[in-house]
Design a protein around this ligand. Sequence first.
Ligand code: SAH
Ligand code: SF4
Ligand code: F3S
Length: 482
Amino acid sequence: MSRLSRKIKEYNEKLSEEKAQPLTACVKTFGCQMNEHDSEKIKGMLINMGYDIVPDYSVTGSGSIPDVIVFNTCCVRENAEDKIFGQLGAVKGAKRLKPELIVVVLGCMTEQEWVVERIKKSYRHVDLVLGTGNTYRLPEYMAARIFEGRRVIGAESEDSVPEGVPMLRDDKFKAYVTVMYGCDNFCSYCIVPYVRGRERSRKADDIIDEVKALVQSGAKEVMLLGQNVNSYGKGKSGDGTDFASLIRRVARETGIARVRFMTSHPKDLSPELIRAIAEEPAICAQLHLPVQSGSTSELKRMNRKYTREKYLDLVSEVRKMIPDVTLSTDIMIGFPGETEEEFADTLSLLEEVRFDAAFTFIYSKRQGTPAASWTDQVPAEIVNERFARLVETQNRISREKNEALEGKALSVLVEGPSRTDPSRLTGRTEGNKVVNFDVDAAVLNERGLNKPEAGDIVPVKITRAETWSLEGVYYGKNAEDP
Ligand code: SAH
Ligand code: SF4
Ligand code: F3S
């Protein structure tokens, strides 16, 4: 624990004795897996500073207002930002009721000049604003606020590769492990490269050590995270290991049962990585490969650096090497200048590839990106109509892909009781599909088997498909032949 964290903790311990109750902190997370994982680190740092983590807060009664509220923000689309400003405004009342409340804003949004200005002017109840590259310095900022009463807004962020940050992991069996930070791709619609900084990689040995420690504490699955994992090791900070070699090392050297990753960019999905997925039993046969559009002309304007044909070739290569691969993608609708023909190309690509799942987004104008200044924005009615057709097409395909799994036995990492029916269990397949399943008690009894528990990897026979999940039953060791 850092010296500063210890100092804050000692101070907080006295305070909590005086108040005769523990000091609490709540972290609100918006955005992608990167942010979810950053929040695990933020919680770890807050615990070291003497706070108990609470899952939620109320802005109405002083009794339930925590001592610290942290907003870990996302700005990839405008609606995320609007929602965050709304919640930030609502906290103003809580601060009136409890003036000692410390409000912290960090994450991607705060890397934009205009956001910092707006917080300075109109959100005066915010105490601390940090960027994506200096989150690990939270204890310094907290010390400035606690010991000097200072408000620190918008200090310079840096392109860091912090190691040794404490973490409170949300899940014992499944863990996120960041392998690289930042993005250098500059797709013409996307704000991520501006708010997450330049690409930089962690050392392979640090990653291996982290996964080994996770395995020791019971983890069964890790997801290696990076905005563009195929650039792993290529930047200045790399140690010469490329992503395919890294993931092979994770699969072979750590004893982890399952490893998956997000996200690789189609322009540099290497044959070595495809081969690694095909060959290493621990690497899940699953790939998230965002296509964005099925139209070569639109892809060119998006600055994606591949064509429709190149993408389709990649998919057939992947399917040839990994026949049972689960494929998912991201699609964007309403990119500036999108014509009906270009949209039709996207729809036909969905039919041709038949993804298991697609995350579909409506284009959102992001200040500072090249596409924001283009004048041929697509009218909302057209975008909405296209979006509905897209979702309808993909939902049908997703359901058909799931139906094709009926009758098969799949290996499932058990997460625990199903949320909707606690007598059943829920878990995920290698393809990362949710399976809700029954356990046949009579059969278990007869075979002398225990009911599976969270963290077990068991065969489940798929009995029925839904659009976004599967239903199944666990019979024991041999689900093929119940
Ligand atoms: N680095 C990842 C994606 C990060 S953002 C990758 O390139 O695959 C996740 C998704 O958000 C993107 O794939 C894209 O489909 C969507 N997205 C990014 N910028 C957007 C914008 N301005 N409007 C709407 N969707 C956007
Ligand atoms: Fe954004 Fe493109 Fe980078 Fe993904 S690869 S984060 S879409 S700029
Ligand atoms: Fe993720 Fe949103 Fe930032 S998608 S990288 S949290 S802008």
